[in-house]
Design a protein around this ligand. Sequence first.
Ligand code: 2M8
Length: 429
Amino acid sequence: SRTATVAAPAIDDLREAAVRVLSANWTGTHSVPSRTLYPHQWSWDSAFIAIGLAGWAPERARRELLTLFDAQWRDGRVPHIVFSPSVPEEAYFPGPAFWRSHEAPAAPRAATSGIVQPPVHALAAWRVHQLAPDRAFLREIYPRLVAQQEYLRTHRRPAGDGLVAIVHPWESGMDNSPAWDEPLAAVPAEPLRERRRDITHVAPDERPTDLDYQRYVALATAYRDGGYRDDRLLDEHAFVVADPLFNAAYGAAEAALADIAAEIGGDPCPHLEEAEAVTRTMVDRLFDPARNLFLARDLLTGKALPVDSVAGLIPLILPDLPGDIADRLIDTAVTRFGIYAGLPPSYAPGGPAFERARYWRGPAWVNTAWLLWHGLRQRRAELATLLAESIIRVTATSGFREYFDPFTWEGHGCHDFGWSAALTLDVLD
Ligand code: 2M8
């Protein structure tokens, strides 16, 4: 069995410890990623956390997703943060006073940010249903998931080439990935007027730099001051990028929506067609046959961003990915991301930007390992099992930390981190 390398009592302890973390992070309506560093609701964290809740608290799993979608904007966008009114402004920067969502016509009642994160929610909703079947839940969430995709399809394809664009590194979920170094260098940095809160919780050398933050804030300010509109992105915005992880999530969401539609008596065909179309476009536009990896593309310059990011392996979650491309990605995962030895690092070791403890510039993360596991299950079951074992061994060794040294497994970032606990539970069961 895939848990054979860890003694049975340790597995029970790990399961209990994961449940304790998720219970402590549950607020009554949703979960926080971390009580210290991230005290609000985050979009893709909630999707991963719902997966981990489904096995033992399915009502919470469904509530987690429904609470997030209660803050969906009228244009379909699902904000990357939903702010809790009970948490003081000073607890997180940039908070609700920065984003000023209420000034945007399409915004919901709750205060939110105005940007998005990878759309892994349809995948999560389907997995929640598989673990704890509930068609009424699927019927409730399906139209909201469709609207989320519709927003991306109609507002976020500025180049007209079928690729969905992100307008901020925060939208990728991999904030300071080396893949964003080149496009970010073109963004004018402005002095920060606010104090960063993140580095009061975590060592500065495990986080993005001040210069990164200056650019993050400048970009978010520009998008906000343009009313969070997407109609002139290529002419007016300074960061417009097609990311393989984001686009793979978008395509996998269509495949999951096909499953959901079939389950509730809807029509899966348009979703299947869209999933196939996205996959084809990604293979044409983002696959680099020399690196055997998908690369992000800067849509302002048209240039591919030649960086070995784990994001480039995530298209393995696309069910229609051609077998030869999948084989080449798996070869890269084994040879350059070392998945026989442990969890894939966020950025391949040996690259010039590699830093083993700095956030998305090298450390291994449980969510990207889980996505890879998910993508490998149908294709290479033995490798998927190995990854599941690695997730279990790393969190059993170092706890539910936010990220890990890819070689020593030493934990970094915050403690009691939601998706590390949730996704460990998922691979344990
Ligand atoms: C990190 O991002 C936030 C901004 O959204 C931050 O640095 O404050 C990322 O790791 C992101 O992927 C994650 O969703 C978020 C909360 O865990 O933290």
